[in-house]
Write a protein that binds this ligand. Structure first.
Ligand SMILES: C[S@@+](CC[C@H](N)C(=O)[O-])C[C@H]1O[C@@H](n2cnc3c(N)ncnc32)[C@H](O)[C@@H]1O
Length: 288
């Protein structure tokens, strides 16, 4: 998922709209076996969502969905935390991820392959949509947020994390020096754009921000982690020669070193906390 969102020139980034669903599903499926061992950031951010779950959802939760569940780590966490009669469903675009999750987790969890933009749930049928680091893979957050609002019951909760503009800014800058003007990093929404999407599609939802800095022995370890996650650059501007050894060597040379000798990578984490109004009415054109 890792997408990156540099503050460099526009040419150095590629809009998420250029990444097809099939590419995303394939890459994550291929990474399903290596994903959990590389998911440091994903674990941190998912646990931050679980902390917010404890604060935000004192009421009963009967039907919940983990949207973009990946290997199902947090689907299983949710199932363990909630009352035994809570129905937990993991949903992911990638059949490979869903197969992997089904093989690893409790048989009590239901698994579905589906796109977050077209959820296979009835209107007002869920109490919680939990979604850790999925929405930044979608070309536009608005249809996803609208779907979340549609499927939630009045009073239902949305807990969703994403990555914002500024994520992997060190890597973006190093690539800009090594291969000027060429996209190497997926694009992340600016905070203001996401806030506007929330205002339009999930009114009242809050966006909280956190900067997470992870350390790596060097840039090669960062690239290896992204690959293990299935989160390498997927933009349309990807050229066969973009990762030629000479270019990668140059990028590694110019990547800034941290004081202790390794490198740091910054991630601009965003946490969305929303609640569907308790008095909302379902209409033919969606929730009001
Ligand atoms: C970074 S992984 C996060 C997995 C999991 N939530 C976690 O915390 O480890 C992103 C997941 O979102 C899924 N995904 C991407 N786009 C999606 C979409 N439009 N609908 C459903 N799932 C999607 C990917 O297949 C991948 O498994």
């Amino acid at each position: 998922m890792l997408d990156q969102w540099p503050h460099t020139s526009a040419a150095a980034t590629t809009p998420a709209t250029h990444t097809t669903s099939a590419t995303i599903a394939r890459d994550f499926g291929e990474a399903s076996a290596s994903y959990d061992s590389a998911a440091r950031l994903q674990r941190h951010m998912g646990h931050q969502l679980l902390v917010r779950l404890a604060d935000a959802t004192p009421g009963d939760l009967t039907d919940i969905v983990d949207l973009g569940c990946g290997t199902g780590y947090f689907t299983a966490q949710l199932q363990g935390l909630l009352p035994t009669d809570t129905g937990v469903t993991g949903v992911d675009l990638s059949p490979g991820m869903i197969d992997h999750a089904r093989g690893q987790r409790s048989p009590a969890i239901r698994w579905l392959v589906a796109d977050a933009c077209q959820l296979p749930f009835a209107d007002a049928s869920l109490d919680l949509v939990f979604s850790n680091l999925m929405i930044q893979w979608c070309p536009d957050p608005i249809p996803v947020l609208e779907e979340c609002l549609r499927v939630l019951r009045p009073g239902g909760h949305l807990l969703c994390s994403t990555l914002l503009d500024g994520t992997l800014r060190e890597l973006a800058l190093a690539w800009e020096v090594a291969d000027p003007g060429q996209p190497h990093i997926n694009r992340f929404e600016p905070e203001l754009v996401l806030k506007e999407a929330l205002r339009r599609a999930f009114p009242g939802a809050l966006l909280q921000r956190e900067t997470v800095v992870l350390e790596y022995p060097g840039p090669a370890a960062l690239l290896a982690e992204l690959k293990a996650l299935g989160a390498s650059f997927k933009g349309q501007g990807r050229r066969p020669t973009m990762t030629a050894p000479g270019r990668i060597r140059r990028m590694c040379e110019v990547y800034p070193r941290a004081a202790r000798g390794g490198i740091e990578a910054s991630y601009a984490a965003g946490y969305i906390i929303g609640r569907k109004p308790a008095n909302s009415i379902q209409t033919d054109s969606g929730a009001r």
